[in-house]
Design a protein around this ligand. Structure first.
Ligand code: NAD
Ligand code: SER
Length: 332
């Protein structure tokens, strides 16, 4: 028996809810499942008013199993979105912390999901691939020998989720996200963060200095599609799912030069220059150029809505609106 098959999410816990994904996922889940039924948790207080006042919030450090037990017992959770993690660039600066949060934290959440019979969503990443992975149309099932601590924890996490599903029938599900582009919450220290920063700098200063080389191609996705992917996968019929814990998903791939060119269509005097950070460049060079996401399309009808061009246009519009508000001008 699998527990709480998709479509029956009633009491939902989000870890890492103050982050780039969690802040937007929590709001969407509250709109869909009721504000009292979505418990946001993190080790920092939400800066975002909507997140802070829009429903229950609990302090939860995923490395400490006592925190998890307490929150699970109070709230009667049946579904967990486990988003607490250390991202790739910060993970290279602090590998010990990345191991603790990404592995010990994940193990604790899997144990909670097993003991309390919860469905569990865990995001993996393009970071789960490495330099020996085929770069073009990276297959769903292929070589995974990453060279970062982040990548090591992501591959191990995929395997651990598979193990809990096979051994304990825990309803684990997940996707390998590409770089995510959004304007609500700052990204948390990844290699793909440039693809968010560039919009703010284009609108503020009409110029951007990029830390990746101009020809570094990476998969990316706009946040509304990422949120849909998570909810659609958790609501999908479990009988159709073969690749439960690590579906490749993507929307488009581009290089820094290509996104700069697209921004120039809206801000003609925008300019980009390059000051390469060797650490993040090496990480980017080890990741795929473009993913094959046909397994997700076949098994749960994954399909992104936003094209590259539509994403750029909307990002510029939304950030321009935000920057007109005086309080927002201090954020970045
Ligand atoms: P983020 O860094 O923006 O947010 C992570 C959150 O986790 C933060 O709010 C942080 O305070 C919290 N956190 C850190 N340590 C914690 C701990 N010990 N206990 C509880 N909370 C803790 O990250 P994100 O971009 O929202 O990513 C969420 C997940 O999605 C991660 O697993 C990440 O690897 C994955 N992912 C993200 C992207 C992306 O581009 N954003 C791409 C691929 C995969
Ligand atoms: N955006 C994430 C990072 O760069 C990809 O997992 O770390």
């Amino acid at each position: 028996m699998t527990h709480n098959a998709g479509g029956r999410m009633k009491r939902i816990l989000v870890t890492g809810a103050c982050g780039q994904i969690g802040s937007e996922l929590t709001t969407t889940l509250r709109d869909r499942y009721g504000r009292e039924n979505v418990i946001a948790t993190d080790i920092r207080m939400p800066a975002n008013e909507q997140l802070r006042d829009g429903g229950p919030f609990e302090f939860l450090d995923c490395v400490d199993p006592h925190h998890i037990t307490r929150v699970m017992q109070i709230h009667g959770v049946d579904t967990i979105f486990h988003l607490a993690a250390i991202l790739s660039a910060v993970g290279e600066a602090k590998p010990n912390q990345a191991w603790q949060v990404n592995m010990v934290g994940l193990y604790n959440m899997l144990e909670a999901a097993r003991q309390y019979h919860c469905a569990l969503f865990v995001p993996s990443s393009i970071g789960a691939f490495g330099p020996s992975t085929p770069k073009e149309k990276t297959p769903q099932d292929t070589v995974q020998r990453p060279t970062t601590m982040y990548g090591v924890t992501k591959v191990a996490g995929e395997l651990l989720c598979d193990y809990y599903n096979r051994r304990f029938r825990t309803d684990t599900r997940g996707v390998r996200f590409p770089g995510l582009i959004s304007y609500e919450t700052e990204p948390g220290g990844g290699t793909t963060d440039y693809a968010v920063e560039i919009f703010f700098e284009a609108l503020r200063h009409k110029r951007y200095t990029c830390y990746l080389r101009e020809d570094s191609s990476l998969d990316m996705m706009y946040m509304p599609d990422a949120i849909s992917a998570m909810i659609d996968l958790m609501e999908a019929d479990p009988a159709r799912l073969v690749h439960r814990n690590a579906f490749n998903v993507t929307a488009f791939s581009f290089t820094p030069a290509q996104i700069a060119e697209e921004i120039c269509k809206h801000i003609p005097d925008f300019t980009i220059d390059y000051k390469v950070d060797p650490v993040r460049q090496e990480i980017a060079d080890s990741w795929p150029d473009s993913l094959d996401d046909s397994a997700a399309r076949e098994e749960w009808d994954w399909k992104p809505r936003y094209s590259f061009e539509a994403m750029v246009e909307e990002m510029l519009q939304r950030i321009a609106q935000r920057l007109e508000r005086p309080a927002e001008q201090k954020i970045r």
